[in-house]
Design a binder for this molecule. Structure first.
Ligand code: ADP
Ligand code: MG
Length: 272
């Protein structure tokens, strides 16, 4: 199976990483690409978006599959399918706040930067796409995601500071490739989000991005759309909350573009 792992990354907070991860996973799943959402942001916004509670997770999360256990406390490393939660819409490996401590704890472990790659190794057999929602920094966890991934998707919230930090993010990815930590890692593309086509400034920023990144800019643009924002409190994706909204249409188109661009395996055709 031509499965691919995607890291949704941008060190800027509020750049629509979580919104993109949550909705593209729902769209891909509906389109028949078996997809897994992996939340590695200690803020756990993707987990919260799907309304997943501690009761459901029984306190198990991504932490239990990537942070070495305290053996003296009789803990053991869990496997991805032991922490997997299946909602009506998606398969998700949830996150919890306690993962924040991993930033400090992990670097003292030998070979830690491959722990996420190793944890997801078997999951690749089961999914056509695995989408990792990264935290807003290029720290320990994002580097682990880059090492585990085939492709990076960078969403940018189109605003005056949208381009800031993009070069640094790309440099980090290039270092990982050059140092052969993951020689096959590539940028899938840059996704313009929260776009207001009526704003001249938005059009100018997109023009600059197009000049610099050319085909790496996805053709689909996600418009500023209040339904997209509202959906985050409803426990489901935009396709459940407001399937006819502009935001739903845009994320649907984006998922289609991604399937084509990355040749993702579609098993059963479904409708929105
Ligand atoms: N297309 C959109 N239209 C309106 N609001 C949006 C849109 N996309 C994201 N948002 C809002 O922007 C904020 C930041 O998005 P989020 O995905 O959480 O960013 P990140 O994960 O990069 O920090 C959230 O409040 C989200 O609801
Ligand atoms: Mg987020």
């Amino acid at each position: 199976m031509n499965s691919k792992i995607f890291a949704i990354a941008n060190q800027k907070g509020g750049s629509c990483k979580t919104t993109t991860a949550v909705n593209v996973v729902a769209a891909l799943t509906k389109m028949g690409v078996k997809t897994l959402l992996v939340d590695i942001d200690p803020q756990s916004h993707a987990t919260l978006h799907y309304g997943i509670s501690k009761k459901e997770t029984r306190g198990c999360s991504i932490r239990d599959i990537i942070v070495p256990p305290n053996i003296t406390n009789n803990e053991r490393l869990l496997s991805w399918d032991e922490v997997l939660i299946t909602t009506d819409e998606v398969d998700i490996i949830p996150c919890e706040e306690a993962l924040a401590g991993a930033n400090k704890q992990l670097p003292s472990e030998l070979g830690y930067d491959r722990f996420l790659e190793e944890a997801l190794y078997d999951a690749r057999e089961h999914y056509g796409a695995i989408v990792i929602d990264c935290p807003p920094e290029v720290g320990v966890l994002t580097v682990m995601a880059f090492i585990a991934s085939d492709r990076i998707i960078i969403p940018v919230e189109i605003s005056a500071f949208a381009l800031e930090g993009l070069t640094r993010l790309q440099k980090s990815a290039e270092t990982i490739v050059k140092r052969k930590m993951n020689p096959d890692l590539r940028l899938s593309g840059i996704l313009c989000a929260r776009v207001d086509e009526r704003r001249i400034t938005d059009r100018e920023i997109i023009k600059k991005l197009r000049q610099k990144y050319k085909d790496l800019l996805f053709d689909t643009r996600i418009p500023e759309n209040v339904s997209v924002k509202e959906a985050q409190d409803t426990g489901g994706s935009i396709f459940v909350y407001s399937p006819e909204s502009k935001g739903a249409r845009a994320y649907w188109n984006f998922a289609e573009e991604l399937i084509k661009r990355e040749d993702l395996p579609v098993k059963v055709k479904n409708r929105r």
